[in-house]
Design a protein around this ligand. Structure first.
Ligand SMILES: Cc1cc2nc3c(=O)[nH]c(=O)nc-3n(C[C@H](O)[C@H](O)[C@H](O)COP(=O)(O)OP(=O)(O)OC[C@H]3O[C@@H](n4cnc5c(N)ncnc54)[C@H](O)[C@@H]3O)c2cc1C
Ligand code: SF4
Ligand code: SF4
Ligand code: FES
Length: 641
């Protein structure tokens, strides 16, 4: 532990500036304090907190994921190289933002490690400065995150009279202390006691308090509470609350052209409070204004912690400061619990019980492949399946990628360069190695652009992603597969796999449904499958046809006649959520268990790897935890997909 005289703070920052880019709180002309390149004139230590969280230095508001260029028939991709960044110090980070960084480390730098974030983080040193004067809307003492930093920092300064107590949290922090030799002096461990006494006194100063104990359970009971309707009437959807939040991580991905004509795939901060966040092609939006305001607060107080073990709300109070509609997360939590500003003792006990987590280190082992970068692939053939559905036969340009391909997952992300990226299901089985084929329905911008492509054109492929259908586990059972419209594509993978291993299964029944016969995909396959021993193919259409023998009506009507051993049957359904529920209910009446009814759910997706947040339903990311769920799991999800 070291002591630094407050008067020497600029000397210290001056020394560090010799080796680092230093960012520190600076007062703007309008009196707001923001993180900015260190400048002695605007620098201030007299601030409650910065207007924006420090996260924007690690997860930038807008950044290129990669650039690409087309020359003749080739597409070249170039990426951001974080090794070219100069090491930098973020100085003056409050406990709430330091904790926010610890969470971002968990979120971005672990599974599907984010190249841009991890690269910046590795080069960044965090210097926290503990708070001794909480703001009116600060409530980090209630979330258990502050007022003194516990994680997410390399070096921590605590104001003690005319001095700062300086403590290293990591080796990076020790490095900073070494650089400042001569400016600080050693101090004995007794300073720790003084620090504890100061923290105790600061805890007494908090005006805003709420007992968050059991908030997740309380929220389980209050999903349909009137409060959500009330605050949804107030919210104007400005997205301010998510922009200022240190733990909001959602982003959108778009194609742009840079200043010099270069083509870029760009991500920028997005918000679950925006109406377009979950809207699907075709206009269906599973979240209305009530579910949008509810989702944000559930995510902050419940889902993030359930999923990642980190508090989703650090208690910084910024969303309350910024909200033009006076929506106040403390008030909402306390209304839900009816315990606003409750007694201090109980709160301290709750905080003591709050889990403490390890700080993540950022060594070279955290370098990673760019998880957003697609592999180039060539369209080898295009088959017009229906009026608005085409099948694309696609091959990686680099053949070794096919050789090394391991069958897994449920979908790929297909890039149409210059337009965007779409999630498309895997309709093939593991034996199809030399090429892929995807069935794409013209629905909106990207799918329409894909429909314009010709044989020989290049696309990008990322994947495979998601949790696919089980296979080994369902051997020995009767199988019922239902695919509606283009929904036959995701379940086709199961059909071809089972047909290649018929001896391991009981009976296989396939029901293909569509409005008209012409609207069915894989018509030739359906005929071929119908000729195979042990396989029955049925058609359920809305309009009669003379092309095949088809039932005109709902799929449900066909079920009782199938004669399957229902207790020993697994069914795989792919249709609209409404239709899935209707069929599943009837299957349960026939004797099936909800866990034996499998489905592939469809939600708005962007990244496919659990980062952009678009597909999150409750604490589940459809792209990594699904899209395959069994019916019982599906019923546990909030009805927002
Ligand atoms: C796991 C999964 C598998 C899918 N498999 C297939 C398939 O095999 N064949 C097929 O034709 N379609 C499939 N879809 C739907 C397909 O992804 C959408 O139709 C497509 O993204 C619409 O994009 P757009 O740009 O044409 O539409 P727009 O309305 O212009 O959408 C813009 C962007 O919003 C997102 N988006 C919009 N709608 C959807 C949606 N329904 N699902 C996911 N993201 C959406 C996409 O990022 C899209 O690029 C699948 C979706 C998911 C989630
Ligand atoms: S939800 Fe509000 S109070 Fe909580 S961390 Fe985010 S901005 Fe701060
Ligand atoms: S800041 Fe307030 S009004 Fe704006 S989106 Fe958030 S809750 Fe709604
Ligand atoms: S989190 Fe981005 S699509 Fe799932």
């Amino acid at each position: 532990m070291m002591l630094l005289n407050k008067e020497d703070i600029t000397k210290l920052l001056g020394v560090w500036s010799g080796s680092f880019e230093v960012y520190a709180p600076g007062r703007q002309q309008n009196e707001d304090v923001m993180f900015m390149p260190y400048d002695e004139k605007s620098f201030t230590m007299d601030y409650l907190n910065t207007v924006m969280p420090v996260k924007e230095y690690l997860f930038e508001q807008k950044e290129n994921l990669y650039n690409w260029q087309k020359s003749d028939s080739d597409i070249q991709i170039t990426e951001f190289d974080p090794s070219r960044l100069k090491a930098r110090i973020l100085f003056g980070v409050r406990a709430c933002d330091a904790y926010g960084i610890a969470y971002l480390d968990r979120f971005f730098a672990e599974e599907f490690r984010d190249h841009n974030y991890a690269g910046r983080r590795e080069k960044t040193y965090i210097v926290a400065v503990n708070c001794v004067e909480p703001g009116y809307n600060c409530y980090c003492s209630s979330t258990g995150v502050g007022p003194f930093a516990q994680k997410g920092f390399d070096l921590m300064l605590t104001p003690i009279g005319d001095e700062y107590l300086v403590e290293a949290g990591t080796d990076k922090g020790n490095e900073l202390i070494e650089l400042a030799a001569g400016i600080m002096e050693d101090v004995g461990e007794e300073a720790e006691e003084l620090k504890e006494a100061i923290e105790k006194a600061v805890l007494e100063k908090f005006i805003s308090r709420v007992n968050l104990k059991n908030i997740a359970q309380v929220m389980d009971e209050t999903f349909n509470n009137e409060i959500w309707k009330e605050i949804s009437k107030q919210c104007i959807g400005c997205t301010g609350c998510t922009s200022v939040c240190p733990t909001c991580t959602c982003f959108n991905i778009v194609e742009e052209e840079g200043c010099y004509g270069e083509k870029c795939r760009v991500r920028y901060w997005d918000s679950c409070q925006s109406d377009s966040f979950t809207r699907n092609a075709g206009g269906h939006n599973p979240r209305n204004e009530v579910s949008r305001v509810r989702y944000r607060i559930y995510d902050k107080l419940k889902y993030i912690e359930e999923r990642f073990g980190f508090k989703g709300c650090t208690g910084c109070g910024r969303c309350i400061n910024v909200c033009p509609a006076f929506i106040d997360i403390i008030e909402v939590a306390s209304k839900l619990k009816q315990e606003y500003k409750h007694d201090m003792e109980a709160m301290k006990q709750d905080n003591a019980a709050a889990a403490r987590f390890e700080i993540h280190t950022h060594g070279p082992e955290h370098r990673c492949e760019n998880v957003y970068k697609p592999q180039i692939a060539v369209i080898k053939d295009i088959i017009q399946e229906t009026r608005d559905i085409k099948r694309f036969i696609i091959q990686y340009e680099d053949k070794t990628l096919h050789e090394n391909y391991r069958f897994t997952g449920q979908f790929f992300e297909i890039t149409i360069f210059g337009v965007g990226e779409i999630a498309i299901s895997i309709p093939f089985g593991p034996s199809q190695k030399e090429y892929f084929d995807f069935c794409v329905k013209k629905a909106g911008r990207v799918t329409s652009a894909m429909h314009e492509l010709k044989v020989g054109d290049k696309v990008g492929l990322r994947g495979p992603f998601g949790k696919g259908f089980p296979f080994e586990e369902i051997k020995g059972r009767d199988i019922l597969i239902v695919g509606s419209g283009v929904g036959l594509a995701p379940v086709r993978t199961m059909i071809v796999r089972i047909m290649e291993n018929m001896k391991d299964f009981g009976r296989l029944v396939v029901i293909a449904s569509a409005t008209t016969y012409e609207g069915l995909v894989y018509k030739e396959d359906l005929k071929k499958w119908a000729e195979t021993d042990g396989v029955k193919v049925l058609y359920a259409l809305s309009k009669p046809t003379d092309k095949v023998e088809a039932y005109v009506g709902y799929i449900n009507d066909l079920l009782p006649e199938l004669g399957l051993d229902w207790e020993n049957t697994t069914s795989v359904l792919c249709a609209s959520p409404r239709r899935i529920k209707a069929v599943a209910k009837d299957l349960i009446k026939l004797g099936m268990k909800g866990t034996d009814i499998l489905t592939s759910l469809e939600t708005h997706m962007r990244c496919g790897i659990g980062k952009c947040g678009h597909c999150k339903v409750g604490n589940k990311y459809m792209c990594v935890d699904g899209p395959v769920f069994n019916y019982e799991e599906m019923l546990t999800l909030p009805p927002e997909f």
